[in-house]
Design a protein around this ligand. Structure first.
Ligand code: ACM
Length: 535
């Protein structure tokens, strides 16, 4: 009897052990991951050779090889190099799945082979390999992984108008985005508190408009020079990330108006000088000149024009005689129509620059060319706006406040950050989210480009709070963007999350620990002040 029980226990342990061994540790979970031969181990050292297949000659592929080689050389979990050892081979090949981001990763006793249709697929395979290497400490099991993303758009937005974090923090965020296969960085660079991108034709945008931030309107000017922007855009491109700048208009324009008040359309008591002036021809020339410089800096040629919350500060449009004359001339019935007229004209400017126009969901009301316009649905309480965007045939990025605004609170004990009534965004809500459940009955799922989390920074006065709000929710975001809903499993995800927290710890991030929230107490945001800085 005892013997029988012991056998049963042993059998259970063996099965359990084998099961645990074959569990794929990767985030986001791949479409398929199996182990070919149970006990094979392939040792990969920090000095492993990374080779590009002889027939594969693109420089972009060599760039992936260089990225992988230098990332492996820095992995603390791996043994140091000893001799030639195994190698990693990158191959461009026609895959069964013709998705440009698909890849196949095979580990055998000779080493690792990653195949893909394009360098983007190879990059995805490379980061899967990095995760396996860290998890298995360089002793790889014989993985066979076939993978492709559910969504092409896997985004994260950072608001650097309200708080400026600077180049090194942005690069670190890009590193983490790449590690979890997020591929669109939406950079909110202009708004009420500050203008953060150098425009050579209008230098006061940064020297004057760059002064201040959300907590201190007199803080010395902070902004990115064009050289820094180029450096960051290249850094992102090396990590399969497109950078999308946002130049918000016609509202949220206060910082620009502080620099060039001649283009201001006024504001309201709560939001002074909030809008650009839609009745002045010079405004369109000025903004088009700005967009020309912006477009030259961002090779993805997708520029976000905002278009949100104009009504917060356009009441002066009702009494401005030039705007009244514009309304008569263009047969615009009200100031909402003025707003749409303005956006239509600015969109035309962007299209002429061969850029796509991206905008918040307020702009779903404008009729624009479907193939050059992308709408971001953010107002979770307005499902009809999503319906309208899809009915009009706009490609749509799904980023509703609930659950994808990361400035929202994530824990019932948190005291700072936003809530919607009593609702907030714990990691479980992020993980459970499936945008297809919001699709209207006759909606076209292929118009949903993907998802994005947005980090607005009214309450994010330092990098500690940035980390706390972003990590580890970024992992849940990555998995809902990449992994098909039928492959998602919350309990399994939470298990795979545990080792990520150790990586965050080692990287010095001030992350939120959902298993033990007391480890890192919620950081308190700075209160609004006015510094005694004088120029
Ligand atoms: C937004 O949150 N105003 C897009």
């Amino acid at each position: 009897m005892i013997l029988k029980k012991t056998f049963a226990l042993l059998a259970f342990l063996c099965v359990h052990h084998a099961y645990a061994q074959t569990k794929c540790p990767v985030i986001p979970m791949p479409a398929s991951a199996t182990i070919a031969t149970a006990n094979d181990k392939t040792i990969i050292t920090r000095g492993v050779q990374v080779r590009v297949d002889r027939k594969t000659k693109a420089t972009q592929v060599q760039a992936v090889a260089d990225f992988l080689k230098s990332a492996i050389a820095k992995l603390p979990e791996l043994p140091a190099s000893t001799g030639r050892g195994q190698q990693i081979l990158l191959v461009i090949a026609r895959m069964q799945d013709n998705n440009p981001e698909a890849y196949e990763l095979v580990v055998n006793t000779q080493g690792v082979k990653i195949s893909a249709n394009t360098e983007k697929g190879l990059f995805n395979g490379a980061v899967t390999l990095l995760q396996l290497l860290r998890n298995e400490k360089g002793q790889l099991q014989s993985w066979v992984i076939k993978d492709a993303p559910q969504y092409a758009w896997r985004g994260f937005m950072l608001d650097e108008s309200r708080q400026f974090f600077g180049k090194e923090k942005v690069k670190s965020l890009l590193d983490w985005m790449a590690y979890y296969k997020l591929n669109k960085f939406h950079w909110h660079l202009t708004d009420e508190p500050g203008w953060r991108i150098e425009i050579k034709q209008y230098p006061k945008l940064t020297t004057v408009g760059g002064i201040g931030n959300f907590t201190d309107p007199k803080a010395p000017a902070t902004y990115y020079t064009q050289a820094e922007i180029k450096e960051i855009v290249q850094y992102a491109a090396d990590r399969n990330i497109d950078v999308i700048p946002e130049i918000d208009m016609p509202g949220h324009a206060t910082a620009a108006n502080n620099a060039y008040p001649e283009f201001s359309g006024g504001g309201s008591k709560g939001h002074p000088e909030f809008t650009f002036n839609p009745a002045k021809e010079g405004t369109y020339t000025y903004l088009t000149n700005i967009l020309r410089e912006v477009n030259d800096l961002f090779p993805a040629h997708m520029i976000h024009l905002g278009g949100d919350e104009v009504s917060y500060g356009n009441e002066k449009w009702n009494t401005n005689t030039d705007i009244q004359a514009l309304m008569q001339r263009e047969h615009l019935a009200n100031i909402k129509e003025v707003e749409l007229y303005f956006m239509q004209r600015m969109s035309d400017s962007l299209y002429k620059l061969n850029s796509k126009m991206l905008a918040w969901d307020e702009m779903a009301e404008v009729s624009l060319p479907k193939d050059k316009t992308i709408i971001y649905w953010w107002r979770h309480d307005k499902p009809n706006t999503l319906k309208m965007a899809l009915e009009k045939g706009y490609t749509t990025v799904i980023c509703p406040r609930l659950p994808l605004y990361f400035d929202f609170v994530q824990d019932s004990t948190n005291r700072h950050g936003r809530k919607w009534s009593k609702l907030y965004n714990p990691i479980e809500s992020v993980y459970k989210f499936n945008p297809l459940t919001l699709l209207p009955a006759d909606g076209n799922p292929s118009l949903i480009a993907g998802m994005q989390a947005n980090l607005w920074t009214e309450t994010v006065s330092d990098t500690k709070r940035l980390d706390y709000l972003t990590f580890p929710r970024i992992c849940a975001l990555a998995e809902i963007c990449w992994t098909a809903p039928d492959r998602k499993n919350e309990a399994d995800f939470m298990q795979r999350l545990q080792p990520q927290l150790k990586l965050f710890e080692a990287a010095g991030l001030y992350y939120y620990d959902p298993f033990n929230p007391n480890i890192h107490p919620e950081p308190v945001p700075k209160k609004k002040t006015v510094s005694d800085y004088k120029d």
